[in-house]
Design a protein around this ligand. Structure first.
Ligand code: NAD
Length: 358
């Protein structure tokens, strides 16, 4: 095997993984020297946030439960008022990618230490990336201050994630790994993590769909999310993430569902230019065609497979194609507007990617 030359940058993060790990939270907060934490969560996770606040005792100064999808800056401003007023010296975020995003937004502005307790498979906790909605459009940045210092993965907290959300969130994680495999700054170390991440998630998601309280499957999926998030943190995003940002940012489509629908099609688009990456994905899925295998996986977990089923208007596809190529991310295959429009058409109808067309 030819390795070639590469650059790998490990992230300075501490990761705890297991069942019941939430009991270590106080110790982890203390380890970072946090004495006046702000516990953040979304509205639905209010009771979990309260539980954590009680667990932290005097180390928790305040709780903010206003986290929202895509981290609108107005919400961050509200949280920042509490940070200033209460002399907050650290963040504890419990929830999905939306909550993690709020914690990161505060850390970006203050450089406060963060402990993240993820409850979905978004993988954001493992990256130095922050996406925010500023004046109606999504802005994405990377900064070392954004990377959470400590991540506490507790499988027990994921048992309540509904089957539908588990499937789409898991496909979101797989998307990080697929794009990492063909990223221009990818490397063989992250490729191993990516293939393993896809493999464990592909095995876990159908089991979760069948029984959302299957703890072994939950453990596999959370581990996969950790691996896939690590890959996203170490590589640049390409066409798939660009399309999802366009569809989420300009058409308000739901984040994880959009990833689940678009991934097989973005993979098919890039397949001819990325044979090595396709081999990794196909091996992980134990199939011969990576794009078709991703479509079948989404379908078998009950995730949506058509953009028209998740709120995309058919008359928006032309504009989406324009936006996808207007300010593009680097992509392994050159972007061709006609082909991107065809990709969006396939994704809108929910057609299975056809290897004979490539
Ligand atoms: P989310 O955080 O919005 O959560 C989705 C829903 O699931 C919410 O209603 C939430 O209350 C609920 N939920 C979460 N955990 C639960 C649990 N264990 N049990 C029951 N309900 C639960 O969605 P998400 O998909 O996790 O995150 C999406 C956000 O994350 C987007 O804003 C996206 O841009 C961001 N993201 C960022 C990165 C990054 O690296 N910056 C990576 C991936 C996603």
């Amino acid at each position: 095997m030819a390795i070639g030359s590469f650059v790998y940058q490990g992230s300075p993060q501490r990761v705890l993984f297991g069942s019941g790990t939430l009991s270590c939270l106080g110790e982890e907060v203390q380890r970072l020297g946090i004495r006046s934490a702000l516990v953040v969560s979304g509205r639905e996770q209010k009771s979990r946030a309260g539980e954590i606040a009680r667990h932290l005792g005097s180390a928790c100064r305040a709780v903010f439960t206003g986290a929202k999808m895509h981290t609108p800056v107005e919400i961050t401003d509200e949280a920042m008022e509490i940070v200033a007023r209460e002399s907050i010296d650290g963040i504890v975020a419990v929830g999905g990618g939306s909550t993690t995003g709020l914690g990161k937004a505060i850390a970006f502005r203050t450089d406060l230490p963060q402990v993240v307790v993820p409850t979905t498979y978004a993988g954001s906790e493992m990256t130095n990336i922050l996406g925010e909605i500023v004046a109606g459009s999504k802005k994405t940045r990377r900064d070392p201050k954004i990377l959470p210092e400590t991540v506490v993965y507790d499988v027990d907290l994921t048992l309540t994630l509904p089957a539908g959300l588990s499937a789409t969130s898991g496909m979101n994680a797989i998307a990080h790994a697929v794009e990492g495999l063909y990223a221009r700054d990818g490397n063989p170390i992250l490729s191993i993590l990516a293939e393993e991440g896809i493999r464990v998630l592909a095995s876990a998601l159908p089991r979760i769909a069948g029984n959302p309280t299957d703890k072994d499957a939950r453990e596999d999926a959370l581990y996969g999310a950790c691996l896939c998030g690590t890959v996203l943190g170490g590589t640049s995003m390409a066409l798939h993430h660009k399309l999802c940002h366009v569809l989420g940012g300009s058409f308000d489509l739901p984040h994880a569902e959009t990833h689940a629908v678009v991934l097989p099609h973005a993979t098919a688009y890039n397949a001819s230019a990325t044979p090595g990456a396709m081999t990794h994905v196909a091996q992980a899925l134990a199939v011969s065609d990576a794009a078709g295998g991703l479509f079948d996986l989404a379908q078998s977990t009950g995730a949506p497979t058509a953009l028209r089923d998740i709120g995309m208007p058919g008359d928006g596809l032309e504009r989406a194609a324009d936006l996808a190529i207007a300010d593009p991310y680097w992509n392994p295959r050159p972007l061709d507007r006609t082909e991107i429009r065809a990709l969006l058409d396939d994704a809108w109808h929910g057609r299975r990617p056809d290897p004979r067309k490539r």
